[in-house]
Design a protein around this ligand. Structure first.
Ligand code: X2X
Length: 339
């Protein structure tokens, strides 16, 4: 027998193995006819993965073991840009991704991230479950991905920082902020005069810890589940955009599944999405107090001046042109005329 003499290397190997282990810690069901992989960037403890695990369990039970979906949360299969390539090539069957990151491939998918356009959740769900979402799904189908009807809630995003609270747009001048890899995010923070750095979520905790960036922006449930409060001091409740996750499938693989299997999966993914949205709503009510008790200092900026800066900088004009009148019309049907 050959044993590895380098203990550090052995440790690294063991750690890598542990990381690649799926959330459902079991072998693929022996007799499963359809073995499918679902991946995303969210922590295993986030409602997204709790509800997706329930869906996978229910699908396995209802199909009597014929359909086995294994979950790979927490960037186990790579960062978002990697996983997007993998779902396109078929290495991953299902992938959950923010529309704004998907925008690198499907430009119109970023439209819901236009800053300050949704005044509340009622408007978000009317639009995303209505004509706007249907329009985006149509565009997604054209790049050989299948998008399920109901997206999951990430939430309204707020800015955290290790150096100072963001109270006015002037506080963003020169602010080193991590943004996900997406042109809309970069353009938004450039319009404020900040220095945005595009970094996949897999690297966010360490980039904040090592102070490569001062801050980042995410909804409270992620700030909590990814433990970003450990490496951030302030949370400024800007709620500057709403972000959600599309559940995507490799289109070829999806089309190869029999209709009864497709129906079963779609039914449970829908249920998971609707319950997850409720989870986030409940969490939004309690997380602020919890995060305060962990030392995060909250402030509540007046958002009017932020919108004014964006309008003056031509942000809305630029993106209205980029998304085009048809898509903007579908958004404005729900939000009213953009600035
Ligand atoms: O990367 C992020 O910040 C995250 C987890 O919110 C997204 O998926 C967009």
């Amino acid at each position: 027998m050959h044993s590895n003499p380098n203990p550090r290397r052995q440790l690294l190997k063991a750690a890598a193995g542990a990381c690649a282990w799926p959330l459902v810690n079991q072998a693929w069901a022996q007799n499963a006819e359809f073995k499918l992989k679902l991946a995303n960037n969210f922590p295993a403890t986030h409602p997204t993965n709790i509800r997706m695990k329930e869906a996978a369990d229910a699908i396995r039970a209802d199909s009597k073991g014929r359909v086995d979906i294994q979950l790979f949360p927490n960037n186990q299969l790579g960062g978002d840009t990697d996983m997007l390539s993998q779902v396109r090539s078929g290495a991953i069957d299902f992938f959950m991704l923010s529309g704004l990151i998907l925008q690198t491939l499907v430009p119109v998918a970023g439209i819901n991230g236009l800053a300050f356009v949704f005044k509340d959740y009622a408007t978000v769900w009317a639009a995303m479950d209505g004509d706007l979402g249907a329009h985006v799904r149509g565009a997604i189908e054209k790049v050989n991905l299948h998008a399920f009807d109901f997206c999951f809630d990430n939430g309204f995003r707020n800015i955290t920082s290790s150096t100072k609270p963001i109270q006015t747009p002037a506080d963003l001048q020169g602010f080193k902020i991590r943004v996900p890899v997406s042109p809309l995010w970069t353009s938004l923070f450039k319009a404020f005069g900040a220095s945005p750095a595009s970094i996949n979520f897999s690297e966010v905790y360490s980039s904040l810890q090592t102070k490569i960036v001062e801050g980042q922006e995410n909804p409270l449930p992620l700030i909590e589940s990814a433990k970003l409060y450990e490496v951030q001091k302030y949370c400024s409740m800007t709620g500057h955009m709403w972000d959600g996750q599309w559940v995507l499938a490799n289109a070829k693989r999806w089309a190869s599944l029999p209709p009864d299997v497709q129906a079963l999966i779609a039914q449970h993914f829908k249920k998971a999405a609707l319950v997850q949205r409720d989870d986030i709503r409940r969490l939004n009510n309690v997380l602020e107090a919890q995060l305060k008790s962990k030392g995060l200092v909250f402030n509540y900026p007046d958002i009017k001046p932020f919108r004014e800066v964006l309008t003056k900088a031509g942000f809305y004009q630029e993106w209205k042109t980029k998304y085009g009148p048809e898509a903007i019309g579908k958004l404005e049907k729900y939000t009213g005329k953009l600035a």
